[in-house]
Design a protein around this ligand. Structure first.
Ligand code: SF4
Length: 467
């Protein structure tokens, strides 16, 4: 197996360079302005492949991938947009822009679900850099050189990192600390390497992070997962990049070492898997013995159509991938723009599920990566005349909670677990106890953290990196 030497060169676009793309001239002035203004608040990065192959420019701004990658004025409140527009376009006052941008970002709940306060592993009370340990069997690892992406999703809940809000300092000791931590935790079976996107790294760098995990003293590590959106935003990574063959050889080495290598592929829409390059990427990944699992969040304006999900899962299964998760969009960033009511999310999931064969029904969802764990909406039921949501934990901080059915009052407007009220007149859900008020995450506010804690990573569970 060899890569083609007709390899396309990766070409990114940012706010500073997007006007050089030929498509920029096709955008009406109001859309150009929105990109220039809103990208001060939310991260913006596109690339030539996304622009040329995935976006239908005759259908902007409604094209799903355009909505996914390009900032839009409605992602800010109207008064915020007007004020920022005035500063960016006319006053050009950098200090005032910075103040306004910061205020908007803080309003956007930049650190949801206890990421900065509750998931950071410690040794002798010292936080470990670039690690998270939320669920008993899985450790998340954030290599320093994988903290960016081939393009940025406007909904991304890791957006504070990409706009420089977080002081994320990782260094060369990461692998050493990771290995020491894993040696001391024989109950950990899974390591998820995530970002950003670890596949932004070249193969040589990625090898340095993966090979230590193959050591005999880490025999308890059975599954190595790589969370990535490159399967959609830059499938050339597996096909024509100059070290793509080396990457496949690395995958083969991991499999040969007796580990399950799981590529956690983040897909947002069926169009991402229609192209020949994307399909070849899937085939080349699975040909190494690695598995490719498909997951992504349900997002208003982007993938509300169940047919898109059904096509995505069906195509993926035909190529050898495994549908895994449909997530609920998280309560951060421009979530008012992107979020859908849980009731609607359940309808979309159910409709898509009914369209596909049993082989695609490995998918789970719609699932909220909430503070206590991953909660799936199983259905809407009527019990004793009361309309309810039936829910369960697919993953939880406390393993005893997993797969325990529980119920909440039906609420057609609720978009997140925190909005739900327990059924049957109860005051608390079973996982909320008198002496642990922390089981619900603080809402819409920034959790005070120490400088040391601020240096830690965050998981990307609602996207391509679910543990
Ligand atoms: S969702 Fe994933 S690919 Fe998209 S910007 Fe966030 S980390 Fe990057």
């Amino acid at each position: 197996m060899t890569s083609e030497q007709t390899s396309a060169k990766f070409k990114p676009y940012t706010r500073q360079s997007i006007h050089q793309a030929r498509q920029w001239q096709w955008m009406p002035a109001d859309l150009q302005e929105a990109v220039q203004v809103v990208s001060h608040v939310l991260p913006f990065r596109a690339n030539e492949y996304v622009m040329e192959q995935l976006i239908d420019w005759s259908n902007i701004p409604d094209d799903p991938i355009y909505r996914l990658v390009f900032p839009h004025r409605d992602m800010l409140h109207a008064d915020e947009y007007e004020a920022l527009r005035d500063l960016v376009l006319f006053k050009k006052d950098d200090a005032a822009i910075a103040r306004q941008v910061h205020a908007i970002r803080m309003r956007m709940n930049p650190h949801p679900a206890g990421q900065m306060t509750h998931n950071v592993p410690r040794v002798n009370d010292t936080p470990l850099k670039g690690l998270q340990h939320k669920y008993k069997e899985t450790v998340l690892f954030f290599p320093s050189s994988g903290q960016t992406c081939h393009a940025y999703c406007t909904f991304c809940f890791r957006w504070p990192q990409f706009v420089g809000m977080d002081d994320m300092k990782f260094d060369a000791r990461e692998t050493t600390e990771l290995v020491s931590y894993l040696k001391a935790h024989p109950d950990v079976t899974d390591v998820l390497i995530t970002g950003g996107d670890p596949l932004i790294m070249n193969t040589r760098s990625l090898t340095e992070f993966i090979e230590p995990l193959l050591a005999p003293e880490l025999a308890h590590i059975q599954n190595i997962r790589l969370g990535t959106k490159s399967v959609a935003y830059w499938p050339q990574r597996f096909v024509t990049d100059k070290d793509s063959d080396d990457l496949l050889r690395l995958f083969e080495r991991v499999v040969k070492a007796g580990k399950n290598l799981a590529i956690m592929g983040h897909y947002s829409h069926a169009v991402e898997l229609r192209g020949e390059m994307a399909q070849r990427a899937v085939k080349r990944i699975v040909s190494t013995g690695a598995t490719l699992r498909m997951q992504g969040p349900l997002i208003r304006h982007i993938n509300e159509d169940p047919r898109s999900w059904a096509e995505l899962w069906t195509t993926g299964v035909r190529l050898g991938a495994i549908p895994y998760y449909m997530f609920v969009e998280r309560d951060t960033g421009p979530s008012e723009y992107f979020s859908l009511p849980l009731a609607r999310a359940h309808e979309i999931f159910q409709a898509a599920y009914q369209m596909v064969s049993g082989l695609s029904r490995t998918v789970r969802g719609p699932s909220m990566s909430a503070f206590p764990g991953k909660v799936a909406i199983d259905g809407v039921v009527n019990i004793n005349g009361e309309k309810l949501f039936a829910l369960q934990f697919l993953q939880a901080r406390n393993p005893d909670w997993v797969r325990k059915p529980f119920f909440a009052k039906f609420d057609e407007k609720a978009t997140w677990l925190d909005h739900l009220v327990p059924a049957f007149g109860k005051e608390k859900f079973f996982f909320e106890t008198e002496d642990d008020h922390s089981q619900r995450a603080p809402q819409a506010k920034v959790i005070p953290i120490s400088v040391a804690q601020r240096a830690q990573g965050k998981s990307c569970e609602n996207t391509h990196s679910a543990a």
